[in-house]
Design a protein around this ligand. Structure first.
Ligand SMILES: NC(=O)C1=CN([C@@H]2O[C@H](COP(=O)(O)OP(=O)(O)OC[C@H]3O[C@@H](n4cnc5c(N)ncnc54)[C@H](O)[C@@H]3O)[C@@H](O)[C@H]2O)[C@@H](O)CC1
Ligand SMILES: Nc1ncnc2c1ncn2[C@@H]1O[C@H](COP(=O)(O)OP(=O)(O)O)[C@@H](O)[C@H]1O
Ligand SMILES: [K+]
Length: 533
């Protein structure tokens, strides 16, 4: 598991470590680790010239000492001091060290064009403008220097790409776009969250001797090694019922294929038994594709509700299927709810629940539930309203009939994409459920747990039916007794890794992903069993 810690946790741990160490020791370790990574990248790319962009804080200090090391190693090195006050604004010891090592020192404020020319020459750029003390965005003088970086240069962000929000909550377009980030001690939330992940590039963690093993993580990411610990492996005493029965209410006359995708992936994930509830066309398809599935309602340990469900259909068989979906939601069993099933969610369930919307579905769900919650005077739906207007860029909509809700805003899919974590948290607050928000980086948010963030899939997975496959895997894991948080994040990991294998760099089909689940789980389990320790 990769664990990222908040800025406050990092500062507390660093302060504790510094109290035991000579002054400057942590920065010295950080700078040495950074210089080693930079030297390795220069060797890989046959680069010879280095420029450090140096801001006013300790991030600039790390950069100055690292550039000094690189100059001593024989690289042609320069730094550009970004603070408006020039030399007087930067880390004194670091600047002295760089000058002693023969590093050329330029002050951005003295000659913007000259400084930009120096930057444009560099094979490797160290971005030391700001680190964990930075506010989102770049000042114009810093932005001009960043713009001057050659497209072929290797850009290493020191600790984090300057301009990003270290907490990863606020998105920011005006930031350094790094090929690699060298961070110290532990990843920070921004490295793993959608707001910062793309600008972070490759993430390299340098050990500076700060102990965060016991510190609470703000964001976690499951890795391949976690599969062997979390995946439900049957024992000799198990039978199909003890392993977990999953009920699937999915597919419809309009979208029959979703039933096949969802049941296939649940079967591939190794569920003990499958029950399927649907209308005649998907029932026929499921019979053929997943002969082990039992058609009809019955006792189950968990439900997967919603893929391909047609909530508008009004014939007798469809009404019966929708009734089964509502009964599953009203039950005290774990449920994963996707696609059409999300339209049936009315607020809080007391049993374990995973909601798996994409951005558009999350926006619709928030609008519906927040309107309902705000319009319910006695709060019967049990869903607290999160503070209206807390998210950026929300458009006002007309309030309910009594007209006292004029400050509520309609959430759009773009709003959700602009602040995925904030909107996922809003749905968690409204429903108490685990919310899995799909995307290139999939977020799993549960009240009281560190956010899980999985980015295992190639963009080829953005294809119709891929979400139906994910529901089947998560359903199988819920039926086996995993918590919603583990089932959702482990499901996302295995789904993404499978997509990557199946794609092999080319197009993939959702059904191929479903059929890839079984060999992927087998290989991940075998890998975990053979790993040392
Ligand atoms: N705390 C520690 O023990 C260690 C810290 N280290 C380094 O220290 C960094 C944190 O240092 P600081 O707390 O000094 O903070 P930063 O170096 O991140 O920057 C703070 C300074 O930048 C200015 N600033 C903030 N946002 C800005 C923006 N958007 N544009 C321009 N200027 C901006 C602030 O006014 C302040 O002067 C870490 O990221 C890491 O690189 C490492 O040396 C390892 C040890
Ligand atoms: N750019 C991307 N890179 C990687 N995975 C993606 C990307 N965009 C979407 N995905 C993944 O593809 C799947 C799409 O699911 P969904 O939108 O529900 O499709 P459908 O409803 O057609 O089944 C999700 O697992 C999502 O996380
Ligand atoms: K930086």
């Amino acid at each position: 598991m990769i664990r990222a810690h908040s800025v406050e946790t990092v500062r507390a741990a660093e302060a504790a470590a510094m109290a035991q160490l000579p002054e400057g020791e942590l920065m010295s370790r950080a700078a040495l680790g950074l210089a080693e990574v930079a030297a390795a990248r220069l060797a890989d790319t046959e680069g010879t010239t280095v420029v450090g962009l140096v801001g006013a804080g300790d991030n600039g200090g790390d950069t100055l000492y690292a550039v000094a090391h690189l100059a001593e190693t024989g690289f042609a090195c320069a730094v550009v001091l970004v603070p408006p006050s020039g030399r007087s604004g930067v880390h004194v010891g670091g600047l002295e060290s760089a000058e002693v090592a023969g590093v050329m020192v330029h002050v951005a404020a003295d000659g913007a064009a000259a400084a930009a020319d120096v930057v444009a020459e560099a094979d490797l750029v160290l971005d030391g403008i700001v680190g964990i003390g930075g506010r989102p965005g770049l000042r114009p003088e810093a932005a001009r220097l960043v713009d001057a970086v050659d497209d072929d240069a290797w850009v290493i962000a020191v600790d984090l790409a300057s301009g990003l929000d270290p907490a990863g909550e606020e998105g920011e377009d005006d930031a350094v776009w790094a090929d690699e980030t060298v961070t110290f001690g532990t990843p920070k939330p921004v490295h793993l969250l959608p707001a910062g992940e793309a600008a972070t590039g490759r993430l390299t963690v340098v050990d500076i001797g700060v102990d965060l093993a016991e510190a609470p993580a703000a964001v976690e990411r499951l890795t391949w090694d976690d599969v062997v610990d979390l995946w439900p492996v049957p024992g000799s005493g198990d039978d199909k019922y003890s392993r977990g029965v999953l009920g699937v209410v999915a597919g419809s006359e309009a979208y029959p294929g979703a039933a096949v995708l969802c049941t296939t992936s649940a079967a591939e994930a190794g569920v003990g038994m499958l029950r399927y509830v649907g209308t005649p066309t998907p029932v026929g398809l499921v019979h053929q594709a997943v002969p082990e599935a039992v058609v009809g309602d019955g006792r189950v340990q968990a439900w997967a509700v919603g893929p391909g469900l047609d909530t508008e259909a009004d014939d007798e068989r469809s009404r019966a299927q929708l009734e089964a979906a509502r009964a599953a939601l009203a039950s005290d069993l774990p449920v994963v709810v996707d696609a059409g099933g999300l339209a049936l969610v009315e607020g809080r369930r007391t049993a374990p629940t995973v909601l798996t919307p994409h951005a558009g579905e999350l926006a619709r769900l928030l609008n519906r539930l927040e309107t309902r919650s705000a319009g319910t005077a006695d709060g019967n739906h049990g869903a607290p309203v999160t503070s209206a207007g807390e998210s950026r860029g929300r458009r006002p909509v007309t309030g309910p009939a009594d007209g006292d809700e004029g400050d509520r805003h309609e959430v759009t899919a773009d709003d959700v994409k602009g602040d995925p974590l904030g909107h996922a948290r809003r749905l968690v607050a409204l429903t108490g459920a685990t919310v899995l928000l799909k995307g290139a980086t999939t977020l799993v948010v549960t009240d009281g747990e560190p956010v899980r963030s999985q980015a295992d899939a190639p963009p080829w997975l953005a294809t119709a039916g891929a979400g139906d496959v994910l529901s089947g895997v998560i359903g199988a894991l819920l039926a086996a007794g995993l918590t919603p948080h583990d089932a959702a994040s482990l499901g996302a990991l295995v789904h993404g890794v499978t997509a990557d294998r199946v794609s092999g760099g080319g197009p993939l089909r959702a059904l191929a992903v479903a059929h890839g689940i079984r060999p992927t789980v087998r290989d991940l389990l075998a890998r975990g069993r053979s790993a040392p320790g």
